[in-house]
Design a protein around this ligand. Structure first.
Ligand code: SAM
Length: 374
């Protein structure tokens, strides 16, 4: 039975066929747009995040440890104001809960009122980078970590918070983030067929295209990869490396070039990278690792080769990973340039890029296959 078929997205003024996946109840691997870097949060997404117990548990514990007696800034409080409420319940003196999506800010205000904390939590609607506080706060909590560590803008946003909104020496939760990469054999995971988008995800793709103003080659995640050990064993060809380090309590560098090298640990067909994130919520805590355990953060697929390049154990992929902040001043554009070094033959140059709101549409084989021309 075919697992994918062609559907059409509802994009005013554009005809955009999309590769969809048939078996929506349990497809082995499916596509999902990277959503966190666009204003498309809804009940479903907020709910998935709150139900991510590893994330919610570690944040709650860190907030409870640091908030008592302190003034707190919660950047991106969301409709449930989870960290703002946790801080107030733990005895924070006052919490400023900032949220850019107006509807989420409205619901947060109501949730806080109903919980009886309206006198200790002030909801501020807007972008944290554009607001003023009456005085700098003692600590800042935020969960604006993307599918790639910095893709939701944590670098520029938290650097701005440190410069303007938080007292010198103030505590930041989370403590550290990074983007991670492993070499991937996509066929190993899918059995050969390119995965598709479940129809339930079409709405997010449509909303992201609407937010940017046109269809473009948006960042795409692979669902079903991270949490099933057998799928990882069939598809991961190397151990992980880290790029884009983000030291929220140290020297925060939102832009830069990181060099890394992956060594293949077994033979396979190298089709691209699975890119994920590691997040140390508190100093010394065990990181959340989106490439190796289930979480609400799903690995991004960086497609490098359509057919997959044969590799053996000991071959290497050396690459440079460049992060530059896009013209919105917050969200990064990413570019990866690398060389595959095999036992014999010349090095093979490979590249991938992913702009937050790039102009290009169907620029590479991957996007031409997932959004085929009519
Ligand atoms: C990943 S959600 C987290 C929601 C909630 N804090 C939680 O952890 O469950 C990120 C939220 O931050 C908001 N956001 C992102 N960047 C922001 C900024 N610079 N200022 C205000 N809100 C922001 C988004 O609209 C979204 O509601």
């Amino acid at each position: 039975m075919r697992r994918s078929y062609l559907a059409e997205l509802a994009i005013p003024g554009h005809k955009v066929p999309v590769r969809a996946c048939v078996d929506e109840s349990n497809p082995p691997i499916w596509l999902f747009p990277s959503v966190g870097e666009y204003p498309v949060y809804d009940d479903f997404l907020y709910d998935v995040m709150i139900k991510d117990e590893r994330r919610t548990g570690r944040y709650t514990e860190a907030v409870r440890r640091h908030a008592p007696g302190r003034t707190v800034l919660d950047i991106g409080t969301g409709q449930d104001a989870v960290w703002a409420l946790a801080a107030a319940r733990a005895g924070a003196r006052h919490v400023w809960a900032v949220e850019v999506i107006p509807e989420s800010a409205r619901i947060a205000r109501k949730t806080i009122e109903e919980a009886g904390f309206a006198d200790r939590i002030t909801v501020v609607e807007g972008l944290s980078t554009e607001i003023e506080l009456p005085e700098p706060v003692d600590m800042c909590v935020s969960e604006i970590i993307g599918t790639l560590g910095g893709s939701e803008g944590a670098g520029p946003v938290l650097r701005d918070a440190r410069e303007r909104l938080v007292k010198p020496g103030g505590v930041f939760i989370p403590h550290r983030g990074a983007t991670t990469a492993v070499a991937l054999d996509l066929c190993g995971a899918t059995g050969g067929e390119l995965p598709g988008f479940p129809s339930a995800t079409f709405g997010f793709v449509e909303e992201i295209f609407a937010a940017v103003g046109r269809p473009f080659d948006l960042r795409v995640c692979l669902g079903g990869l991270q949490d099933v050990p057998e799928v990882r064993e069939r598809s991961y060809l190397s151990g992980p490396v880290e790029v884009e380090p983000l030291e929220f309590n140290g020297e925060l560098r939102p832009e830069g070039v990181d060099r890394a090298e992956l060594t293949f640990t077994r033979p396979g067909r190298f089709s691209g990278l699975a890119l994920g994130m590691r997040l140390w919520v508190a100093e010394g805590s065990v990181p959340i690792d989106s490439l190796f355990e289930w979480s609400n953060w799903t690995p991004v697929y960086a497609a490098l080769s359509e057919e997959g390049l044969p590799v053996r154990a000991g071959d290497r992929f050396a690459f440079e990973f460049t992060t530059t902040i896009s013209d919105d001043g917050v969200h990064p554009d990413y570019a990866l340039v690398g060389e595959l070094h095999r036992e014999s033959g010349p090095a093979v140059p490979l590249r991938w890029s992913s702009a937050h709101h790039g102009d290009g549409f169907r620029e590479t084989f991957f996007y031409r296959r997932i959004f085929p021309e009519a």
